[in-house]
Design a protein around this ligand. Structure first.
Ligand SMILES: NC(=O)c1ccc[n+]([C@@H]2O[C@H](COP(=O)([O-])OP(=O)(O)OC[C@H]3O[C@@H](n4cnc5c(N)ncnc54)[C@H](OP(=O)(O)O)[C@@H]3O)[C@@H](O)[C@H]2O)c1
Length: 251
């Protein structure tokens, strides 16, 4: 297990779920960690719990990202690890997709990711590692996820292009595609509890390893990609999904 001593790591959406656990892991491996999020209250309490620096920046607000970049530059100088994790999930069937639902997911999951990288690029060290948190939904065709899935597919396409453009600076960029992971994201969809439970059972049955992922599973992969052990890996995507992307025709 490679040490992250001396590295500065930024985790967007670090007050909850996968981001929270990854911030803990990166800190445990020796990195100085900054978590960001859109709610001052949530960011502050998570930062205190984990023992890291918290900064508020809604990724839909480009001036807020500029401000965050200035804060990081002033307090930490440079960044070595950027985990672009902030995201939202709003399942809606085709035929009921409103402009609001479209814009919300695209603005946070894709535009927010692109401009987080754009604005932090000047303070990324040469040789830095960027990890984009995508989803197997980019490939699975799961009902009601057309916009969410497209936002993640766009992110994966961006990752591939960015890997060639950033390579001259030795900056590596990869995508992580989780299957279902037990986090608060599902409770934020506005779905009724019984529908959420039904969805959870159905998804779990379709996962060959017969369990949801845990934030810890994803954090371990992110910590590896962030480390020097992954120094020859860029422009790649990693499914981490208990095998759901295999999607067997017969079970
Ligand atoms: N859980 C899964 O099954 C799963 C599977 C595949 C991919 N993913 C992806 O994993 C990432 C993390 O999700 P999670 O499951 O850990 O969910 P989560 O617990 O809801 O965490 C998402 C984080 O992103 C933050 N966020 C949302 N909108 C933001 C914005 N506009 N600006 C800044 N921060 C914002 C959230 O803040 P609030 O607390 O204020 O909402 C929260 O801190 C997302 O990109 C998601 O799409 C999740």
């Amino acid at each position: 297990m490679s040490s992250l001593n001396g590295k500065v790591a930024v985790v967007t959406g670090g007050n909850s779920g996968i981001g929270y656990t990854t911030a803990q892991k990166l800190k445990h491996r020796g990195a100085e960690v900054i978590i960001t999020g859109r709610s001052a209250e949530k960011v502050q309490s998570a930062a205190e719990e984990i023992g890291v620096r918290g900064m508020v920046a809604d990724v839909r607000d480009l001036s807020a990202i500029d401000h965050m970049a200035d804060q990081i530059k002033n307090e930490f100088g440079k960044i070595d690890i950027l985990f672009v994790n902030a995201g939202v999930f709003q399942p809606v069937p085709i035929g009921q997709i409103s402009e609001e639902v479209f814009d919300y997911q695209m603005e946070i999951n894709f535009k927010g990711a692109v401009f987080t990288i754009e604005k932090l690029l000047p303070i990324l060290n040469d040789g830095a590692s960027i990890i984009n948190l995508s989803s197997v939904n980019a490939y699975t065709g799961m009902p009601n996820t057309a916009v969410y899935a497209a936002s993640k597919a766009a992110l994966n396409s961006y990752t591939r292009t960015a890997s060639t453009e950033l390579a001259p600076r030795g900056i590596r960029i990869n995508s992580v595609n989780p299957g279902p992971v037990e986090t608060p994201i599902f409770g934020k969809t506005g779905m009724k509890e019984e529908d959420l439970n039904g969805l959870a059972e159905e998804m779990q049955n379709r996962i060959p390893l017969k369990r949801y992922g845990q934030p810890e599973d994803i954090a371990s992969l992110v910590a590896f990609l962030a480390s020097d052990e992954a120094s020859f890996i860029t422009g790649s995507e990693y499914n981490i999904d208990g095998g759901i992307n295999i999607n067997p025709l017969l079970s």
